[in-house]
Design a protein around this ligand. Structure first.
Ligand code: ZN
Ligand code: ZN
Ligand code: ZN
Length: 945
């Protein structure tokens, strides 16, 4: 006869090489290497080839620095979308892009070149800019990969590639051929430091202190014509302005036609101001005691004339509806070259629109007192001049909200320049660019929904789109003018030659070749017949460039159809990329380039301030990846409701890392108990599993369905919290705690243990897939440890989300499963009550551990019936040595359930630690209980066999 087994060798303790400590900073780069080697992105494409497509079109980040937390947030979200769509079965390619042209890079290069730039050709400067952009494109590409983003990184799109540059000019020419582009003199926002026009989207408002002056304009036409009471008097009006430097450009004074004006006499002079502002003006201008001598509508003042306060110029009285009574005097100084409203009024009254402020903001062609001075310095000189001419009625300083340049943060001015525009009223099919865009907005799904109103308001009220910039680093507005008559050459052959040239040589070619080398031979001016042309050297607004990305990237490959399913960017893109993409697509194709648009919020520090480089209050995602893991950055992204503004801090990252460890331990428990489990040989059909295992699989199935729904709705934070709860509470604290006894002490091949293993395996298989889009690295690691089954993909990222039958198998009797589920919901509630009582007993030192206890539960009839059904499962569920169920009728009425804890009789089994009266009865194994005896016998039988 063989010797009895050594007890501790008979326990099936968990064992796995899946380590407790993740070592993410060391291990993630190894996974990246492995994915690179296997060509994971290409394999996913091949695996999903021919499936329905889902295209998230990437908004290009600007290639001028390392990535920050905002990039990490946005790119991780995109990666969640792409990976979850892939696992849901879609072919979901992701082509990352970069925005490479534009002012910030040109300025950086300017700074590094210094005076050298003056001797350099535009081509050499462009070369430097290109190197700069490429450097940061490469850096960002590696950083995005480092945090686990999958995509076509070896073939991204970049706005400075020849193919893309040719698409930009093609898009521009499409607009031209539709007659939507015009060149015109217009006041535009102008930065005198960057010497360029700025788009609406490039303006930020901030406080600025300006002089505030009241200036007397003497009426030179007959005042008696306005009102007989004024005949023969010295009549003036008073204008108010906060930009004295615009006074040399003053051409008119605007009055509201319907407002009531009053004429106030004071010290032998009469002043005309709006009635509503008369009191304030009298106070400011020290006209106390002034007497009203007449009252009339503003319309009476049209075509009156005034003397310019210091120039020999006739100033016209004009009417305008935009005159308000919020502040000032109701008489508005009008400088058509320095204001949008002024400009239109000037056009209506045929006023001179010449701009005498040069590109660096210096006043030209003026009086010696201010000529050559920059606008903001000229203010003081002009105020002095007004004083000396005795026309300054009052002067003070005010702080007000004023437009600033988003690049250099200096105050900007309005300046009339020759610019290229896209007209918002251009024809698009049977509508206009503006109206058609508004119509298209309604067909798009906006996430969150308020995005629709936000962008609609912007489109509804925006002025024509100024698309020209006077810089070098960009794509030229590649059109030709006749050298002789100056006419714009509008010819599709010319357009085509440019598009082809750019596709071959890139936009640099515009700076390399002469006009006649680019144009088809024999091109003649349709105006004068001459064949000499000059090239336009303005470049195009970068928003037009990125707005053309849909045309550059989509519609050329079968799995990248146009339009995109989703654009997903920060909320600032309503006025940026969402906006320009919409106009570019509607203007050229009549349709929006996207079916849905989602936005993520800002990243805030714990104090609620927006994170920024200058405040230094953000986190560096690459640093977090190096210290804690890229996975932790991803989990942080999943943990926040991205549609709101989100908090970010080192502490939050640490907290996320703590949760990561819990999820990891859940996987570790599963893997540790599957070491010899072969699903083909050992898995137990659902119908034959133990009820608790069936219940947990049903719960897992529900969780899986919820999670997949949330992926569909981009509610990643719900997934994060659900999976966290499921792992820490449902699994670790409850189910696995109960399973330990069965997994460790039952005979290895017993039905009870195989049932538990089957459940653990199916839960693991489901969880790893459900979390793979978020926990890109760890899911792959877990995948490599899970038992092999036939036809299993080599990477979790090639797999699909679990279907219900992957989790429960075929449920033969759904009604039975439903009953079981309901029963266990009750059992779990009973368990909670019992655990409370056990805790009290432990505290009272009645017992040490629950296994030393017998639990008696008094329950009402309906529950009694359920507990009866699971009589044999109860003690395991409560992890006690015995459970007795009694009717509650004799209980104390108020609580439907009562629990008693008593000390278990018998002795402690050396092997499973349960208490039993049977310990000591078996001769061969005198220290163990009847369950362990049976298990040991079974183990011995198997060893003999
Ligand atoms: Zn600027
Ligand atoms: Zn000509
Ligand atoms: Zn035992």
């Amino acid at each position: 006869m063989r010797a009895p087994l050594e007890l501790k060798t008979t326990l099936n303790l968990p064992k796995t090489d899946f380590s407790m400590k993740a070592n993410l900073p060391q291990n993630e780069p190894k996974w990246l290497e492995r994915w690179e080697k296997m060509g994971i992105y290409g394999k996913i494409r091949a695996a999903r080839k021919g499936s329905p497509t889902y295209v998230l079109h990437d908004g290009p980040p600007y290639a001028n620095g390392a990535i920050h937390e905002g990039h990490a947030l946005n790119k991780s979200l995109k990666d969640f979308v792409v990976k979850s769509k892939t696992m849901a079965g879609f072919d979901s390619p992701y082509v990352p892009g970069w925005d490479c042209h534009g002012l910030p890079i040109e300025i950086k290069v300017d700074e590094s070149l210094g005076r050298k730039k003056l001797e350099m050709s535009p081509l050499d400067v462009r070369k430097k800019c290109r190197e700069y952009a490429q450097k940061y494109l490469d850096i960002q590409r590696e950083q995005f990969k480092r945090i686990g983003v999958f995509g076509r990184f070896d073939e991204p799109y970049s706005t400075m590639s020849p193919q893309y540059e040719s698409v930009i000019v093609r898009t521009l020419f499409d607009f031209m051929e539709k007659g939507a582009v015009y060149k015109g003199l217009r006041p535009v926002y102008w930065c005198i430091f960057d010497k360029t026009a700025l788009a609406e989207a490039e303006i930020e408002y901030g406080p600025h202190t300006s002089p505030s002056v009241w200036v007397k304009y003497r009426m030179t036409s007959d005042p008696g014509a306005v009102d007989p009471a004024l005949a023969g008097k010295r009549v003036n009006t008073i204008i108010w302005t906060t930009t004295p430097w615009t006074l040399p450009a003053s051409m008119a004074v605007a009055f509201h036609p319907k407002l009531e004006y009053v004429a106030l006499e004071h010290a032998g002079e009469v002043y005309i101001v709006a009635d509503a502002l008369a009191k304030a003006t009298v106070e400011k201008c020290n006209l106390t005691g002034a007497v009203e001598v007449a009252r009339f509508a503003g319309s009476k003042l049209e075509h009156t004339t005034f003397a310019h306060p210091f120039l020999e110029r006739k100033i016209l009285g004009v009417l305008a509806e935009y005159v308000t009574t919020d502040q000032g005097t109701g008489a508005v100084h009008t400088a058509p070259s320095h204001g949008e409203d002024d400009f239109y009024t000037g056009a209506k009254y045929h006023l001179d629109q010449t701009c005498n402020v040069d590109e660096s903001g210096r006043l030209r062609n003026g009086l010696p007192e201010y000529d050559g001075k920059r606008v903001f310095e000229a203010n003081a000189s002009i105020i002095e001049l007004l004083k000396s001419r005795n026309v300054l009625m009052a002067s003070e300083k005010i702080e007000h909200s004023y437009p600033h340049c988003w690049r250099c943060h200096n105050p900007v001015i309005f300046r009339a320049t020759e610019q290229w525009f896209i007209s918002m009223e251009a024809r698009v099919e049977d509508s206009t660019l503006r109206q058609r865009s508004l119509d298209e907005i309604k067909k798009v799904r906006w996430i969150p929904a308020w995005g629709e109103e936000r962008i609609s308001n912007m489109i509804a009220t925006r002025p024509d789109w100024c698309i020209s910039r006077q810089r070098v680093w960009g794509v030229p507005i590649a059109v030709f003018f006749c050298e002789v008559c100056g006419k714009l050459l509008e010819s599709s052959e010319a357009y085509k030659s440019v598009v082809d040239l750019f596709a071959r040589e890139g936009a640099d070619s515009w700076y390399k070749h002469e006009a006649h080398d680019i144009l088809p031979p024999g091109t003649k001016c349709p105006g004068c017949g001459e064949a000499r042309f000059r090239k336009e050297m303005d470049i195009i607004d970068v928003w037009f460039e990125s707005g053309s990305s849909h045309a550059a990237v989509l519609g050329h490959e079968p799995n990248l159809p146009w339009p995109a399913d989703l654009y997903l960017e920060g909320g600032d893109q309503y006025r940026g990329w969402f906006h320009s993409s919409l106009l570019c697509a509607v203007g050229t194709r009549g349709r929006a380039p996207y079916r849905s648009v989602a936005t993520n919020g800002w990243t805030l520090d714990p104090q609620g301030r927006a994170t920024s480089k200058s405040l230094g209050n953000g986190i560096d995602p690459v640093d977090i990846a190096k210290r804690l893991g890229g996975e932790i950055v991803r989990l942080w992204v999943a943990s926040v409701d991205f549609q709101e503004d989100v908090r970010v801090s080192e502490e939050l990252m640490q907290r996320v890392a703590e949760n990561y460890r819990k999820i990891r331990n859940t996987f570790r428990f599963i893997l540790g108990n599957l070491r010899e489990f072969d699903p083909q040989m050992h898995s137990v059909p659902f119908a034959d599993m133990l009820p608790l295992d069936q219940y947990m699989l049903l719960r897992t199935k529900e969780m899986s369905e919820r999670v997949q729904k949330w992926y569909e709705n981009f509610e990643f934070h719900r997934i994060y919290h659900q999976v966290n709860d499921f792992c820490t509470v449902d699994l670790s604290a409850v189910y696995f705690d109960v399973l330990k006894d069965r997994l460790y002490t039952a005979a290895p091949n017993s039905q009870a243990r195989r049932s538990a293993q089957t459940a653990a395996w199916r839960i693991g298989e489901a969880l790893v897939r459900l979390m793979a889009p978020i926990m890109t690295f760890t899911a792959e690691e877990v995948w490599s440890f899970l038992p092999r089954v036939a036809n299993r993909q080599e990477s979790v990222h090639l797999a699909h989300f679990p279907k219900p039958e992957d989790i429960t198998g075929k449920v033969a009797d759904p009604i039975e499963a439903q009953t079981l589920h309901a029963d266990f919901d009750v059992l779990m509630a009973v368990r909670d009550e019992a655990l409370k009582a056990l805790e009290v007993a432990r505290r009272d030192k009645l017992i040490g551990s629950a296994l030393e206890a017998i639990v008696t539960v008094h329950v009402p009839e309906n529950i009694y019936k359920i507990l009866e059904r699971y009589r044999h499962d109860l003690r395991f569920l409560l992890i006690a040595s015995g459970v007795v169920v009694k009717h509650a009728s004799e209980g104390n009425g108020s609580t439907p359930m009562r629990v008693e804890v008593t000390k278990a009789p018998g002795a402690k089994c050396e092997r499973c630690w349960n208490y039993s009266l049977e310990v000591g009865k078996n001769e061969r194994y005198p220290t163990v209980c009847e369950r362990c005896t049976a298990a040991l016998n079974e183990i011995e039988r198997e060893q003999i066999a």
